[in-house]
Design a binder for this molecule. Structure first.
Ligand SMILES: N[C@@H](CCC(=O)N[C@@H](CS)C(=O)NCC(=O)O)C(=O)O
Length: 201
């Protein structure tokens, strides 16, 4: 299988962390592609009409996207228990919260990197950050017991999301007021799967 990916994409990183945590890394070749909201990659569009990464190309079935589908597929293939039946709705909601925070952080990065300076909209970026910050507050006050439990997909997604905020929005100082979350993240980031997949320009 081939994974269309990028070393800076938080969503592609979630898949790569799952590959390492499930031991499936040798089943998948990582294919780096340059793509952005303004310039889609033709090889990618050929298999994923919306032209986003990550996309998984399989020899025995149609290409698969997005990251949530790919992560669940890999977990089922490896039978690794990242989606435990007994807590499935909590884990999926935690996963969705991590995705929501990441989407806001990515939207802010696009606004800053892609939009010409003269039409950049600071209010819109601040409103995206408010969404992310409310998500961080919820993680700190409501989700720590799930983050501290056995490894699940929600933890992987949240960890990649927080690391992406560090990567693109370090100036926002997200750790302030989120000390439990920050301590959890420091520990989670030390995992070999996180160290191996650190984002790089
Ligand atoms: N919901 C998707 C989001 C994927 C996504 O937005 N990927 C970005 C890179 S981080 C991308 O491919 N952007 C190019 C574009 O929007 O055309 C997922 O979970 O995989």
């Amino acid at each position: 299988m081939k994974l269309y990916s990028s070393p800076t994409s938080p969503f592609a990183r979630m898949v790569q962390v799952v590959l390492l945590e499930t031991g499936l890394q040798d089943d998948v070749e990582i294919v780096p592609v340059a793509t952005s909201a303004l310039s889609s990659n033709p090889d990618l569009i050929a298999v994923n009409p919306v032209g986003r990464i990550p996309t998984l190309v399989r020899p025995d079935g149609p290409a698969m996207f997005d990251s949530r589908v790919i992560c669940r597929f890999l977990d089922a293939r490896a039978k690794s228990g990242l989606y435990p039946d007994s807590r499935i709705w909590e884990v999926l909601t935690l996963e969705a919260l991590g995705h929501g925070i990441t989407e806001s952080a990515l939207a802010m990065a696009y606004e800053r990197k892609l939009r010409p300076a003269e039409i950049r909209w600071d209010l819109w970026m601040d409103k995206q950050w408010e969404k992310a910050a409310r998500g961080l507050g919820s993680l700190e006050t409501r989700w720590m017991s799930h983050l501290n439990g056995p490894l699940n997909i929600g933890q992987i997604v949240v960890a990649c999301s927080l690391s992406y905020i560090d990567f693109r929005h370090g100036d926002r100082g997200w750790r302030r007021g989120h000390e439990s979350l920050a301590a959890w993240h420091a520990e989670f980031e030390a995992r070999p799967s996180m160290q191996t997949t650190r984002p790089a320009e």
